[in-house]
Write a protein that binds this ligand. Sequence first.
Ligand code: NDP
Length: 252
Amino acid sequence: MDPKIALITGASRGLGRNTALQLAAQGVDLVLTYRSQREEAQSLLAEVQALGRRAVILPLDIAKTDSIPAFVVELRQQLREVWDAEQFDFLVNNAGIGIHQAFAETTPEQFDELMRIHLKGPYFLTQALLPLISDGGRIVNLSTGLTRFALPGYSAYAAMKGGIEVLTRYLAKELGPRGIAVNAVAPGAIETDFGGGLVRDVADVNRFVASQTALGRVGVPDDIGPVIASLLAPAGRWINAQRIEASGGMFV
Ligand code: NDP
């Protein structure tokens, strides 16, 4: 049987990168997108290939919805050239940024940027990719623990992620007839470059998060990539339309 192929947006760093390595170890081939960090994406490509998987890297700025048609053309070409395939199996809508700003000071520009990256981008990318996702495929959308609990400064970011959770259920309903399962993974605070590396690099923030987490520490990428990969493994096939929080028990 041909290996499954997953497309991960924002794979150059953090959770996307970790997910790519987990999936590669699981025998899944990969289309990896990056926005600015081409070298990071290239080094990930080499790691994935060293694990014996076929993979390609493609540039994608999810904030620019008008670039999606050209991305789809390039993706089709790569699928044909590298896999002799017309479709792929798994989509992971992971790319994202964090903006920490009090509700009272959030600007329309910040709101729009978060909306383009976290809601409009995944919405229209997924729409454009529908013909390329195989029947029986799966989609994982990245949400956040911040949709369940409120921390000051994340109103716009968390509102977009709330939108992605609603979209997840709608996609599950509308794509169900094609056998496509759609879930959202909601990480707690994880030590990555996200939000300028705040949770990883600022000791007070790190301590605060750890103190509010039942398991007593901040998350690391290895806490999340395997969760996403497990949803895309054969054993995950009956999980659908769910928000799965992986936060070590934040604010319980
Ligand atoms: P990182 O900052 O470590 O990595 C972000 C990734 O997204 C990079 O690969 C980056 O590409 C890519 N990216 C950023 N902006 C765009 C864009 N406009 N278009 C396409 N790609 C883009 O973040 P994380 O790995 O931590 O975050 C991944 C996802 O997880 C995000 O959706 C985030 O909201 C979510 N999340 C993260 C949490 C955390 O605490 N870390 C907690 C909960 C959710 P490049 O490097 O090439 O610029």
